[in-house]
Design a protein around this ligand. Structure first.
Ligand SMILES: [Zn+2]
Ligand SMILES: [Zn+2]
Ligand SMILES: [Zn+2]
Length: 222
């Protein structure tokens, strides 16, 4: 993974460009995704080859039943490497969610900051600390040079108020997990409201979470 946000590594799908944790347009795809397509295809091919053997076997099982013959021997596993090949004993499982590699993305906020407050000299902020123009369709990596800069604040203006410069998010997650993470975030923010006394029925919420196995969602901040 490159150290800094790079426009070439913005995920193509708009829905994946926003960080699900800090809600900034700070997402890059990571290098580990390269070659993933081939690996997944190879797994699919292996499954198809197993399926072929298994389907043939089932056809001959049916045929022997009709002729009241003994069932045929179980087929060899086409990928078995032992001298006495392993047998297929059941319908080969399709590669599941944990077998298929899904692309990872990374939030780049942590590595984006001002080197010299108040100037762009050596700035590592990919939005160059510009305010976003209202309704701008630009991805923030396309810096709108006409937009005003986030002001600096503090005693001697030492502090950049740009949210990207200040954000410490560097979360890395699977695109396939976005939905689940978002739901977890929602649960967490509701629990925060409850703990501040701004919600009612805490016990109901907790038992709801327990019932639905949701308790683990907010137990650990990955
Ligand atoms: Zn983030
Ligand atoms: Zn800044
Ligand atoms: Zn900035």
């Amino acid at each position: 993974m490159s150290l800094l946000f790079h426009a070439d590594h913005i995920p193509p799908n708009k829905a994946h460009q926003l960080c699900v944790f800090c809600h900034r347009y700070s997402i890059n795809t990571v290098r580990e995704n390269e070659g993933m397509g081939q690996q997944n295809n190879a797994k699919d091919t292996r499954h198809k080859e197993k399926m072929e053997g298994w389907t043939k076997y089932q056809v001959s099982v049916e045929a022997s039943k009709k002729r009241n013959k003994d069932p045929p021997p179980k087929p060899d596993d086409p990928h078995s490497t032992s001298d006495l090949p392993k047998k297929l004993t059941q319908n080969p499982q399709k590669p599941g969610r944990n077998d298929i590699e899904t692309p990872m993305v990374q939030c780049m906020c942590l590595t984006a900051y001002c080197l010299q407050i108040g100037t762009y000299v050596g700035s590592l902020c990919f939005a160059k600390c510009r305010l976003r123009t209202e309704g701008s369709a630009h991805h923030p990596s396309v810096v709108d040079e006409n937009a005003a800069r986030h002001p600096c604040s503090g005693a001697s203006w030492q502090r950049c108020t740009c949210p990207i410069c200040r954000c410490q998010c560097n979360k890395r997650y699977r695109i396939a997990d976005i939905q689940q993470i978002a739901e977890r975030q929602l649960v967490r923010s509701r629990l925060q409201l409850i703990s501040k006394g701004e919600g009612t029925g805490e016990r109901n919420t907790m038992s709801y979470l327990n019932r639905n196995g949701g308790i683990r969602f907010w137990a650990g901040n990955k």
